[in-house]
Write a protein that binds this ligand. Structure first.
Ligand code: SF4
Ligand code: FES
Length: 375
């Protein structure tokens, strides 16, 4: 067995600021936890400003102003301005719904650097069904126009699943038509809401292969016009992804209530203790909090990962997925083909993907309790 490697702690590069969990859309793959934070527990403006100041001092280069829908916060312009003042690149992650042209102008004037607009489908029928919100598609097209007209770089983010995988080619065309600089074709990652909706969302392997080939051809065709990022579905992958760039290595999530998390789904791991930015500095949290140190580095890994040549490439994959699928957050991520459970999850995904009629979505809502996916 290899000797454990020393744990070095690099500075975080990114901060995901989940300003609120409030959102007009109800996407069934939402990355927010199933227990959503209510408005009454959200951090106030001054605390968020302190967090951004501390983030800049810690070495954070960019922040995603996210949610929920971040523009539901009345102080979004003030927070954006503060990011610019402390020298952090700001990216607004928005559904577009609720954004007026006046608000966008104020955000640009405050120093907003980039907009990432979600899109749920390449036409109104698919988009609005997945989002659970009629009229969302037209609104997104309008907001996309304003962003481009304002001279801001626009990224479209499309989460791909069984309900829209047939539109990947159309989404590429849409991104070009909207003047986006970048398109993220992000296959659904199955935690939280998406895990509960897995049987409705899981695409079949031939559809995934077709989508991958289509994106690769489009990348060549559109070189210099559109950058396309692709996240392939874990269940059909050979190796897992380095989730969040490795636990406690690249980024910090701060939830609306102020809890600092190593990844957006970390609260699904019940034994972890999360420190709150109300009581601790971001530096203290990054360096010393039990949740951030729990799976940092390689010491915690099972032998299979610790002795693997990819240990410091994918950092053992995703802890939340290991817990959900293997029942142990310290297990090898079953998305890895070396995991003894890998063949089981592939069989499960394939079985779910070929059901003639997928179950209806369990839409994201403040009050809904999680269903477990069919096993
Ligand atoms: Fe990554 Fe562990 Fe699989 Fe190696 S065994 S590829 S480190 S998940
Ligand atoms: Fe938590 Fe991957 S989502 S480690």
């Amino acid at each position: 067995m290899n000797a454990p490697r020393p744990v070095s702690v690099p500075a975080p590069l990114g901060l995901l600021a989940e300003l609120t969990h409030r959102c007009p859309l109800k996407c069934p793959y939402c990355s927010n936890p199933m227990e959503l934070d209510r408005r009454s527990v959200e951090l106030d403006t001054e605390t968020w400003k302190r967090v951004f100041t501390e983030a800049a001092a810690l070495g954070v280069l960019h922040t995603h102003l996210s949610g929920g829908e971040p523009t539901a916060r009345r102080d979004i312009v003030e927070l954006t301005r503060h990011c610019a003042e402390v020298g952090i690149y700001s990216n607004l992650i928005t559904s577009g719904v609720g954004v007026s042209q006046d608000l966008l102008t104020k955000l640009v004037d405050a120093g907003l650097d980039h907009v990432q607009l979600s899109i749920q489908g390449a036409d109104a029928a698919v988009n609005d069904h997945v989002a659970g919100y009629r009229g969302a598609y037209e609104k997104k097209r309008e907001v996309g126009r304003w962003v481009v007209d304002a001279g801001l770089p626009l990224t479209l983010n499309a989460v791909i699943h069984r309900g829209n995988i047939h539109q990947v080619g159309d989404l590429v065309d849409l991104a070009v038509a909207m003047g986006a600089k970048r398109l993220e074709v992000a296959h659904t990652q199955y935690y939280g809401w998406a895990y509960a909706n897995r049987a409705a969302l899981m695409p079949a392997k031939p559809e995934v292969d077709r989508a991958i080939a289509l994106v690769e051809a489009a990348r060549t065709r559109l070189e210099g016009t559109l950058v396309i990022d692709m996240v392939i579905p874990d269940y059909y992958a050979k190796y897992p992804k380095a989730c969040s760039g490795g636990w406690g290595r690249r980024s910090i999530n701060v939830a609306p209530s102020g809890k600092a998390l190593p990844c957006h789904a970390a609260e699904t791991i019940p034994h972890l203790e999360f420190w709150n930015v109300r009581e601790h500095s971001l530096r203290d949290i990054w360096l010393h909090s039990p949740a951030f140190t729990a799976y940092r580095g390689t010491d915690w890994m099972p032998d299979l990962c610790r002795t693997c040549e990819r240990a410091e490439i994918d950092w053992g994959g995703c802890r939340c997925q290991a817990l959900a699928l293997a029942g142990d957050a310290a297990a090898t991520d079953p998305a890895c083909h070396k995991s003894p459970l890998h063949h089981k999850i592939v069989a499960l995904a394939e079985a779910e993907a070929v059901t003639a009629t997928p179950p209806p979505y369990q839409y994201r809502e403040m009050t809904t309790r999680a269903r477990e996916p069919a096993q």
